[in-house]
Design a protein around this ligand. Structure first.
Ligand code: ADP
Ligand code: MN
Ligand code: MN
Ligand code: MN
Ligand code: MN
Length: 370
């Protein structure tokens, strides 16, 4: 069952020794800015760090930078420079002080967006729909894997007891890898990310956290930086984070990125009418949305959206109150209040939130059709 050769001790350096150096005073007028971007896969994150002379207060205070796109699947070697455009900044929970994390967009040599820069179009849609104040709540599920590629804490060469005790589970052999979940929660808050909760998932070693509600482009920016934080923290433990939507085939739940969505009209009294109208617009565009909901145009979700394990079949569109086997669920409380939001359960855990929030706004607010 080993996916990769076994890497042992990938985080095995002495963190006490590292601490001596991290504790060194940092000279005034020297600020570390870690630029973060999405690589050519559309799902993996890259980052590199530079020194700035003044503390940036907003993304515009930082200059554009560049990297070798031929090493990230984003350019040919003969014309390899890709530009990094800073778009959002956060506090750096690793380097502390005035140091910053910087979410970036990527542009080619001719200043066209790269293929995996889905943010540009997303921001355009968010500007057009700004009057409707679109909010998003993103439920990011993920799976922790050991150095051998097998889920963290699972018995070697075998499987744990069947699903049942693990969802929101407590105790040894039920909650696997909680240190990472808690470290990540605090790191998100420190960074200025609007993390709203966390829970253990149905499959052991699978977890979830929620980002939001965030308005407009913030949702995508914050989710990507929260993923960076998670990868970076797990790296310190020698644990891998998998965002694969079906990491273990068989009778084990897959991983999604349920996307909760509302407009101002949906949040106001009798907003249920606006929610039902939105569902009417979503129905004929089901296949278009599916193409936007994982980085492989629907192929990844094909393994997850089977109609079992709390999913709807990838070929069907259905909506229902409190129905976790539907494409769109109206939460019970929203049904009772007569206003609130809807939950799109289709996006895969490895989706690009810019692509997901973009298509939702285009279909529901901008009335785009196929
Ligand atoms: P579930 O019951 O599906 O597990 P969660 O509690 O995990 O739901 O996630 C719900 C998410 O929806 C949270 O991130 C929450 O902040 C967000 N949310 C709440 N109200 C709204 C709203 N009006 N519009 C968009 N998102 C919302
Ligand atoms: Mn070099
Ligand atoms: Mn949830
Ligand atoms: Mn969940
Ligand atoms: Mn959900």
């Amino acid at each position: 069952m080993l996916v990769n050769p076994i890497y042992t001790n990938t985080a095995g350096t002495d963190k006490q020794v590292l601490k001596r150096y991290l504790d060194l005073p940092q000279p005034d007028g020297k600020i570390l800015a870690t630029y973060i971007w999405i690589d050519g896969t559309g799902e993996n994150i890259r980052a590199k760090t530079r020194t700035c002379d003044t503390e940036p207060k907003k993304a515009d205070d930082l200059s554009w930078w560049n990297f070798d796109g031929s090493s990230t699947g984003q350019a040919e070697g003969s014309n390899s420079d890709i530009y990094l455009k800073p778009v959002a900044i956060y506090n750096d929970p690793f380097m502390l002080g005035r140091n910053k994390l910087v979410m970036c967009e990527t542009y080619k040599y001719n200043k066209d967006a790269t293929k995996t820069n889905r943010r540009l179009e997303c921001e355009e849609a968010m500007k057009l729909a700004a009057d409707e104040h679109p909010w998003f709540g993103l439920e990011q599920e993920y799976t922790l894997l050991d150095g051998d590629g097998w889920p963290f804490g699972w018995p070697k060469g075998g499987y744990p007891q069947p699903q049942g005790p693990y969802y929101c589970g407590v105790g040894a052999r039920r909650a696997l890898g909680r240190d990472i979940v808690e470290a990540h929660y605090k790191a998100c808050l420190y960074s200025g990310i609007n993390i709203s909760g966390t829970n253990a998932e149905v499959m052991p070693a699978q977890w979830e956290y929620q980002i939001g509600p965030c308005e407009g482009i913030d949702a995508g920016d914050q989710l990507w930086v929260s993923r960076y934080l998670l990868q970076r923290i797990a790296e310190e433990y020698g644990i891998q984070v998998s965002f694969d939507p079906k990491p273990i085939p068989g009778d084990w739940n897959g991983a999604g990125c349920h996307t909760n969505f509302s407009t101002l009209a949906m949040r106001e009294p009798n907003g249920i009418e606006a929610i039902n109208e939105a569902i009417k617009k979503l129905k004929p565009r089901h296949q278009t949305h599916i193409k936007h909901y994982d980085p492989k145009g629907g192929m990844d979700n094909r393994r997850r959206l089977t109609g079992r394990h709390e999913t709807a079949n990838i070929n069907d569109f259905c909506a229902g109150i409190a129905n976790r086997g539907a494409s769109i669920r109206i939460p019970r409380q929203v049904g009772e209040d007569g206003c609130g939001y809807l939950e799109d359960r289709r996006p895969a855990s490895n989706c690009d939130p810019y692509a997901v929030t973009d298509i939702l706004v285009r279909t529901i607010c901008l009335n785009e059709q196929d």
